[in-house]
Each structure stands twice: as structure tokens, then as C-alpha cells.
Design a protein around this ligand. Structure first.
Ligand SMILES: Cc1ncc(COP(=O)(O)O)c(C=O)c1O
Ligand SMILES: N[C@@H](CCOP(=O)(O)O)C(=O)O
Length: 523
């Protein structure tokens, strides 16, 4: 069938209200107070006006979605295949199988039935996705599930575990771009302004939803486990708690922030604090999940990538489907850089855009195995022993998704950059001083931008998106250390410590006059 006629006849093109006759002509049923002012006595009429919901009162949004879902035809499907396999490879697995690795021990990828998706043209998908933004329809109000057909097309909406994640803010970094880099089209995609404060929510809603489905199918999944530098464990424990599924998290002792540690504790996860680093935790969780009925939630599990890739689609959507020139992503275990590539590439293949942006992966110099690999001309990959970094969530020396990252960068004309501790902390402080409140990992990405601007690779007018991966509030200790100049061998040149002043008028006036004069001399 031609795409245009499918477009007209498709149940997906119409809004849910149009599709469902039971929902037509019903106004929302909630009580408001009608306030009318009559011309004579200006009295207020407080008669309650009863409005009605679109759905029957005894039905919640999940049940409504289930009813709708079961009547909608769905020709889309997806399966696991070996990552970057030869075209002739026939190995594949249903998403309902519990499998993380291919027969040869390589990574897996979720492969969508692209032919079925191509039955619809680019405009169809743009209209569909745009029409779902900012709604509360289950599950499409989520930035991830608004792209359900491209994520987990076969899951029943009733099985989805969502916090309406995604749809995150794209911040025009006007002052930072202009003053610091001479740029006028610099944007920060705030993926950390999210349910648990990092981009991990995007992948975790998908993984935990699939686990929910598997448990309903009586598959042997007693709990879900991950190794974490803090953000994956926070997201896993929140989504599992929301669905009533046990979660088990393997954390490197004393290597994650207090704010991150308290998240799984508060969400009721079983928290193991281990005397090793992230790579040690990752090794252990892989061994444990192959022995016990605990489902592995790290990004080794390719389901996570399906959710995370929606951030790329969202960026295009936020630019009205115009492609930015550069997207800069901080990298650790390296699932996310591939997720961005996959999201952009799907939009190109399905006709929503005609090119993809150049990708930059930014690493901390203290944990830089990808950077070293890139600098070697992609010849040798050797894991490193990651050293302590303020960008603690990317303190990873043996990334599980190294092959995915190399593929993404090679196919996007990509670049890898690194940031020293001083560079990343100064970049974070600089950005904060222009009204952001970013995490150190975003400081790593901004340092990469700074270097590529200075070398002229990124031009002043290039539309550039820096991906901010976590909320700055998770990393306040690093900011406290910086602003109190308490970091050995770091100048902390942008520190802005509070001034201790005697509580009397004269003393306060003295410091204020000095402050105002210093500001005047700078203007
Ligand atoms: C805040 C933050 N930024 C960046 C990353 C890097 O993402 P990835 O491991 O997918 O490379 C992580 C986790 O690793 C993270 O928690
Ligand atoms: N930064 C991550 C590290 C693990 O990454 P994952 O994407 O493989 O789960 C974290 O927050 O734990």
C-alpha cells in the first residue's frame, strides 16, 4: 500500500480521541467553580460545573491504554540480533528471551522491522511524534513512549512502567556561547532534568517495562540487578519500586556521590557496597546474573539503548526536524553515544531527516580508554585502570559498549576528546556562572566543545548540542570543594566563596560597596 493511503487510513495517524468512538463528545469530568459576574449585582455564581473525563470514571489511564492497544492493529516488531553482524547472519532472538550476548560472545542489538516502519513516510512519523508531546495519554505522554513503535512496538501499554520521562528541556546557552565561545547557536540538552536526575531514566523505563512483561509471562525473573557509578542504580531502583519488582545494585564503595547513594536506599533496593571500582562491580554482576534469576539492567543489555536513543529523536523534534551540526556526549560505559547514533540514524533511514550530526564523545582524562583508542587511529583497544575523577559517573576503564561506540563514531565522522580535572571543573563553574547548574560530566563535554572551538573544528555558527547527562544537584560536593578552593593542586580560578561578614550595618555596607565597585570597574 502506498504510504500516503496508509497515512489516511492508518489508525495511528488519528488522535486517540478520534480513533476511539467511546471517547468522542465527552468532556472531562472534574469539578470547577463557575464564576460569573452579573451586570447588576456583580455577585459570583459558585455553582459547580461538572465536566467529564474522556474515559469512563471507573477506568484509569493504564486501563484505557490497554483497551485501545488491544483494538489497534500493530504490524511492527523487533528482535535481538548480533551487533554489527554480517548481512547473511541469521542468528536472532525474541525480545521475550533472556539473553544479553550473541553466540560468539559479542554484543546484541535490537533490530526493528524497518520495512514495516518504512510503509509510512517521514512526515507521518513526524506528525505522529509531534502530536503526542506534552499529553497525559498513557503511555505517549512519555518522551520515550511517544516513540513506542520505534522502541518496543509489541509491548502492551498496560505492561509499561513509566514516569513520563523524557521531553527534557533544551536550553539555549546564550550567554555561555556568546561570552565564552563566540557562538550563537549553542544548546544544552538537559537530560538530567528527569525523574531520577539523569538520562538513565530513558533506558530504564524500557528495560523495567520488558521485565514487567516477562514476569507476567511467568519467566524466571526474581529481581533486576546492575553495577553502577550512581545513576543507573538510581533509575533502576525507582522504576522497579514503582512496579513492585525487587532491585539489587552493586556499587563501588566510596566512589559515588552521597545524593546518588541515597536514591536506591530510599527506593528500597538491596544495596551492595563493594570494595572495588565500577569495572569490578560490572564483572561481578555479570557473573551473578548468569547464575541467579536476576535480570541484568546495565547497558550491555541492548533494551536500554532503545529508550536512550529517543533523546536524539527529541533533539531533532525540538529543532523542528532540522539537524544540528554537532552533538557532544560525555562517555563512560559507552552505551549512550551509540544510542544517540542509533536514534539519529533511524530518523535518517525512515526519511524524517536527510543527514545525521557529527558526534563527539568526551571522556575524563582520568578514565579515557576510548580517547586513547581514537588517538591510536582505532588500532588497539586496551582497557585502563580508571583513576579518581570528579566526573565520577564516568570513572570507567573497561567500557562494555566499546564496539558500539567505535561504530557510532566511525559512522558519524565523529571525534573523541578528553578533559583534565581542572578543565572539567572550570568548565562546570563557567557554565554555572551563566545560569546553569550542571554536573561534572557535562563539564567534560563543555571542555571538548571548548577545545574543538579553539582548534576551529567547530565553527562559531555551527548549531551545537551539548548533552547534559545528570542533574547538578547530584554533585553538589564537587561544587562545594571547588568554590571553597579545597582541591589540592587546582587553582579553582572561578571559585565564588561566600563572604563572612559581621552582622552590623557598617560592615555590611563596607563589603557591599567594595563588591559594587569591583562590578562597576568590569563594566
Ligand atoms: C551522568 C553520566 N554521564 C555520562 C555517563 C556515560 O554514559 P555511558 O556509560 O552510556 O557512556 C554516565 C554513565 O555512565 C553518567 O551517569
Ligand atoms: N554511569 C553509569 C555506569 C553504568 O552504565 P550503564 O549505562 O551500562 O548502566 C551508572 O550510572 O551507573
Amino acid at each position: 500500500m502506498a504510504a500516503s493511503s496508509l497515512l489516511r487510513s492508518s489508525p495511528f495517524f488519528s488522535s486517540p480521541q478520534q480513533r476511539n468512538p467511546r471517547t468522542i463528545n465527552k468532556s472531562p469530568r472534574f469539578i470547577t467553580i463557575k464564576a460569573t459576574i452579573s451586570s447588576s449585582d456583580k455577585s459570583v455564581d459558585t455553582t459547580p460545573v461538572i465536566k467529564s473525563h474522556r474515559r469512563p470514571a471507573d477506568e484509569n489511564i493504564r486501563q484505557e491504554a490497554h483497551r485501545r492497544c488491544s483494538t489497534e492493529p500493530n504490524n511492527f516488531s523487533a528482535k535481538y540480533v548480533p551487533f554489527n553482524a554480517d548481512p547473511g547472519c541469521t542468528e536472532s532472538y525474541s525480545l521475550d528471551e533472556i539473553v544479553y550476548r550473541s553466540r560468539s560472545g559479542g554484543l546484541l542489538d535490537v533490530q526493528h522491522d524497518m520495512e514495516a516502519l518504512k510503509e509510512f513516510d517521514g512526515n507521518y512519523w513526524k506528525n505522529l511524534f509531534d502530536g503526542r508531546i506534552g499529553k497525559t495519554n498513557w503511555p505517549y505522554g512519555s518522551g520515550v513512549w511517544s516513540k513506542k513503535e520505534w522502541v518496543l512496538p509489541e509491548i502492551d501499554s498496560d505492561d509499561i512502567v513509566s514516569a513520563f520521562e523524557g521531553n527534557s528541556n533544551m536550553f539555549w546557552a546564550e550567554r555561555y556561547g556568546k561570552q565564552h565561545l563566540g557562538m550563537n547557536d549553542l544548546w544544552v540538552k538537559h537530560c538530567g532534568i528527569s525523574h531520577t536526575g539523569s538520562f538513565k531514566d530513558l533506558g530504564m523505563t524500557v528495560l523495567v517495562s520488558q521485565v514487567n512483561r516477562l514476569r507476567k509471562m511467568n519467566r524466571p525473573v526474581v529481581g533486576v540487578g546492575c553495577a553502577s557509578t550512581g545513576d543507573t542504580s538510581a533509575a533502576l531502583s525507582a522504576y522497579c519500586a514503582s512496579a513492585g519488582i525487587p532491585s539489587i545494585v552493586f556499587l563501588p564503595a566510596n566512589k559515588i556521590s552521597m545524593a546518588q547513594l541515597v536514591q536506591p536506599i530510599a527506593n528500597g533496593a538491596f544495596v551492595l557496597s563493594l570494595d572495588t571500582d565500577f569495572d569490578g562491580c560490572m564483572q561481578l554482576v555479570r557473573e551473578v546474573t548468569s547464575e541467579l534469576p536476576i535480570y541484568l539492567a546495565n547497558s550491555l543489555n541492548s533494551l536500554r539503548i532503545e529508550g536512550q536513543k529517543t533523546a536524539a529523536i527529541e533533539i531533532l523534534q525540538q529543532f523542528d526536524w532540522e539537524v544540528p551540526d554537532w552533538v557532544i556526549v560525555p562517555g563512560g560505559n559507552l552505551g549512550n553515544i551509540y544510542a544517540f547514533y542509533k536514534g539519529f540514524q533511524m530518523c535518517k533511514e525512515l526519511g524524517l531527516v536527510d543527514r545525521i550530526p557529527r558526534l563527539v564523545c568526551a571522556q575524563a582524562a582520568n578514565a579515557n580508554p576510548l580517547y586513547l583508542h581514537y588517538k591510536s587511529g582505532w588500532t588497539d583497544f586496551s582497557p585502563v585502570k580508571a583513576k579518581t575523577t570528579f566526573a565520577s559517573a564516568i570513572q570507567i576503564g573497561d567500557p562494555v559498549s566499546i564496539d558500539r561506540a567505535v561504530y557510532a563514531l566511525q559512522n558519524s565522522n565523529g571525534i573523541v576528546e578528553e578533559a583534565t580535572e581542572e578543565e572539567l571543573m572550570d568548565a562546570m563553574a563557567q557554565a554555572d556562572s551563566t545560569g546553569m547548574f550542571i554536573c561534572p560530566h557535562t563539564g567534560v563535554a563543555l571542555t571538548a566543545l571548548d577545545k574543538l572551538r579553539n582548534s576551529g573544528v567547530i565553527r562559531p555558527t555551527d548549531r551545537t548540542v551539548v548533552v547534559s547527562t545528570a542533574h547538578g544537584l547530584k554533585f553538589t560536593q564537587s561544587k562545594i570543594d571547588y568554590h571553597s578552593k579545597a582541591i589540592p593542586e587546582m587553582a579553582c580560578s572561578l571559585a565564588n566563596p561566600p563572604v563572612n561578614v559581621k552582622a552590623d550595618f557598617g560592615s555590611v555596607m563596607d563589603v557591599l560597596k567594595k563588591y559594587l565597585l569591583s562590578k562597576e570597574s568590569k563594566n
